[in-house]
Design a protein around this ligand. Structure first.
Ligand code: 13P
Ligand code: SF4
Length: 359
């Protein structure tokens, strides 16, 4: 019987057995803070000493050394989003970036295994673009409120309601939703993607705030959906005005997932990668990154001289990814992210149309 004719539980069992043959499980490494571990991780500690107290380093360093050793043995790479904690971002990641950068890097990689340190839709995007690679997710529960806000059925409903209107999906969606849409976008390229369609009216789902930001930057009429990010939605315009008054000269740098009254107060609005570039180009004395907390922690060493002003909010999903879970992924080759091949083929069209746009 071919794999496609088997029931899903039998297919999953077969995949697990196959994976165990290709990637036999390894023994869990000893996690001691030895002299060798200290020496191997000292250069990494220099990048995070501003956020991780020295007394805590012996708890992280053995994991970092073990993960980096196992990556080499498995021909694996770690793609990490800018919201990962500093010990992941600086300690074990091979590639860091925003959603667009990670999607592009996933295509270029020659590794057999990608460990996705981010949230589930990012791992799905890597799988869609790399059907033959093994994509591991250190915690399958790491979801996203935007991805959960819309289903494939919702998109089919929108098509019926708005015949002929192209549908752009933010990358923060499931593979099933991407498969129903015409093209994908990220916060780095949403305006370019919308304008590439040459249509007078476009549906941009599911983030109402990203859609509102795009609507201000284009003549294309933007229709949207009522999704929102639980992290960025909590910032308010009043809070921004209070910070401006309390911290004279502060530059407000906001993610486009923030509500409109927040972005209206911002000196710069952009993706997480856009924020980093803006800081490097403009080196303000004080900056308020209106986004997830790890952003400022991670880029402090790349933007010396910038004082980062709080507030920030933690993403409960991104923070599910930890060093012990990454190590477990590489030792036991779990948990593997799979996407139904038919769904993946349709979703790939939407993602590749975005990636192939000339920047
Ligand atoms: P970026 O593509 O800007 O990194 O955003 C991803 C994300 O989930 C922000 O909340
Ligand atoms: Fe989703 Fe918001 Fe977390 Fe990004 S920060 S992964 S949009 S919930």
């Amino acid at each position: 019987m071919s794999t496609t004719q088997q029931p899903p539980h039998a297919q999953a069992a077969e995949r697990t057995a196959q994976r165990a043959r290709v990637f036999p499980p390894k023994a869990m490494p000893a996690l001691e803070y030895t002299r060798e571990v200290a020496e191997a991780t000292t250069p990494i500690y220099e990048k995070v000493r501003h956020v991780i107290p020295e007394i805590e380093w012996p708890a992280h360093a053995p994991y970092i050394k073990a993960i980096n050793d196992l990556k080499a043995e498995r021909n694996a790479i770690i793609l990490a989003h800018n919201y990962m904690t500093p010990e992941i971002y600086h300690g074990v990641a091979d590639i860091v970036g925003d959603s667009l950068q990670l999607a592009k890097e996933a295509v270029k990689s020659e590794a057999d295994v990608i460990v996705q340190c981010g949230v589930h839709f990012m791992a799905e995007t890597s799988k869609i673009l790399n059907p033959d690679k093994t994509i591991l997710m250190p915690d399958m529960e790491a979801g996203c409120s935007l991805a959960q806000s819309i289903t494939a059925e919702d998109v089919r409903g929108l098509r019926e309601e708005h015949p002929g209107v192209p549908i752009v999906t933010y990358v923060n969606t499931s593979a099933e939703v991407k498969a129903e849409c015409d093209i994908c976008c990220t916060s780095s390229n949403a305006v370019q993607v919308v304008e590439s369609l040459g249509a007078p009216r476009v549906l941009l789902v599911p983030d109402q705030y990203l859609a509102a930001d795009v609507a201000l930057r284009t003549d294309v009429e933007i229709l949207t959906w009522e999704g929102a990010c639980v992290v960025h939605q909590r910032f308010t315009g009043a809070e921004m005005r209070e910070y401006r008054e309390a911290v004279p000269g502060v530059k407000i740098i906001a993610h486009p997932e923030c509500p409109t009254d927040v972005t209206a107060e911002a000196d710069y609005i952009g993706s997480t990668a856009g924020m980093i570039t803006w800081l490097k180009d403009n080196h303000p004395e004080k900056a308020l990154l209106v986004t997830e907390c790890s952003m400022a922690d991670n880029i402090a060493s790349e933007a010396p001289g910038v004082e980062f002003v709080r507030p920030c909010n933690l993403c409960p999903y991104m923070k599910m990814i930890t060093l012990p879970k990454i190590l477990d992924s590489l030792v036991n080759m779990r948990d593997e992210v799979t996407v139904d091949p038919v769904i993946a083929a349709c979703a790939r069209t939407a993602v590749e149309r975005m990636i192939n746009l000339k920047s």
